[in-house]
Write a protein that binds this ligand. Structure first.
Ligand code: AMP
Length: 392
């Protein structure tokens, strides 16, 4: 059975067509620069990328091109072959404790959360509506970045701010990257052969978050009301004293929104190093002895180690630390330095395994806490949820 996994952004639409339940990727692709006359549509045909540049003014046209492309390139012979479409939705608030079959009511509920995720949810809805129009008979499912973290308890998700902010406006930690944290922690639990395992997932990509998972449930995570909270990232600052907003707004004659934009887009690796948001450039700078690149790396490592230490205490122990996403899967220097920073927990890195790629154990046999690389797969998670809820 063919299931489409979709991730719609404000000007982009990523998709993957999977054969389920085998979890085999049939094709994948991307529409970029939606809204422009030089938009780019890329689709993989027999492993080769086919790219077309043309005017694509909205998501409806983008979705039309995608489904047409599947037939034109003989990837499917009829649209009836697509049995379900799963959509990534960033913010599910407290409404969605699990994924949901999309109905008009569900779309309205997602829309009601727009205030909490003004950059993401409206774009996700645009993608959902375009696919509902293109494939009206097909089951569509919303899979939220936040639902996995809905198991956190109040002491973990509430800010120590006026309680009315939570009651009146939903101000609390929601956490993100939930599908990735769930996928990786489920895999780790299997590798450890222990359903009760305590694991920490380090999802380190351009966006980055950590998650403490106990017996398969998220008990804490580093992102908060928005993805800005937590560890520093490619361009995000992670935690800073909120008073910084006022100071910089006054010093640089900026609005709060502009300073927030600096914290979202000009901070993290990019802001500290002054070189790049890309970990490869940071590691290269570090190897050449560049002071600020080295500093960006050191700050990153310390802040990740701080979270690992606090989750170790919060969970009352730890069985494994898992690395995933672009940096977690591909940057041995960062894994090595993070694991060394928490070696007091009884962790010994295996330098040979740590240099390799793909799912593997990267600590020595006598290491009390294991380290793993576990490549994430959010699309498979979305397709699994689509099948589960589609009741095929
Ligand atoms: P993501 O957001 O998961 O796509 O991750 C993006 C980050 O992963 C960037 O900082 C990249 O530098 C990093 N990354 C991707 N591929 C590699 C690689 N081969 N080696 C080191 N870092 C990588």
């Amino acid at each position: 059975m063919k299931i489409m996994a979709v991730n719609a952004g404000s000007s982009s639409l990523k998709f993957q067509l999977l054969e389920m339940p085998e979890e085999k990727v049939i094709t994948s692709g991307l529409v970029e620069r939606i809204g422009y006359d030089n938009a780019v549509f890329t689709i993989k045909v027999n492993g080769e990328k086919v790219t077309v540049t043309q005017e694509i003014l909205d998501h409806k046209v983008a979705v039309h091109l995608v489904v047409e492309g599947l037939i034109k390139h003989h990837i499917i012979s009829s649209l009836d072959e697509i049995k379900g479409v799963g959509h990534r939705v960033v913010q599910g608030g407290e409404i969605f404790k699990t994924s949901a079959v999309i109905t008009d009511k569900v779309v309205e509920q997602i829309r009601s959360l727009n205030d909490l995720a003004p950059l993401h949810n409206p774009a996700n809805i645009t993608g959902i509506e375009a696919f509902r129009k293109a494939l009206p008979e097909v089951v569509q499912v919303a899979v939220f970045d936040t639902t996995f973290h809905q198991t956190m308890s109040e002491d973990a998700y509430l800010y120590a701010a006026p309680y009315e902010w939570y009651k009146n406006y939903g101000v609390r930690k929601y956490g993100f990257h939930g599908t990735s944290h769930q996928y990786v922690s489920e895999r780790a639990t299997k590798l450890l052969n222990n359903p009760e395992a305590k694991v920490i997932v380090c999802h380190l990509g351009n966006g980055a978050s950590l998650c403490a998972v106990k017996a398969g449930k998220s008990v804490d995570t580093s992102m908060g009301l928005t993805p800005l909270e937590g560890i520093p990232m490619g361009t995000r600052s992670g935690n800073v004293d909120p008073a910084v907003l006022m100071l910089i707004a006054a010093k640089e004659n900026k609005t709060y929104a502009e300073v927030l934009d600096d914290l979202n887009k000009r901070s993290g690796y990019l802001g500290v190093s002054g070189i790049s948001n890309d970990s490869r450039d940071i590691v290269e700078g570090m190897n050449k002895g560049d002071y600020r690149a080295t500093l960006a790396h050191k700050i990153q490592v310390k802040r990740i180690a701080d979270y690992i230490g606090s989750y170790y205490v919060y969970m009352g122990g730890l069985d494994a630390i898992c690395f995933t996403a672009g940096i977690g899967e591909n940057a041995p220097e960062i894994r090595r330095d993070v694991l060394n920073a928490v070696k007091v927990l009884g962790i010994t890195v295996d330098p040979v395994q740590n240099q390799l790629r793909g799912e593997r154990e990267i600590t020595t046999k006598d290491s009390k806490v294991k380290g793993f690389i576990i490549p994430t797969n959010e699309e498979v998670m979305i397709a699994r949820e689509t099948i589960r809820l589609g009741k095929f």
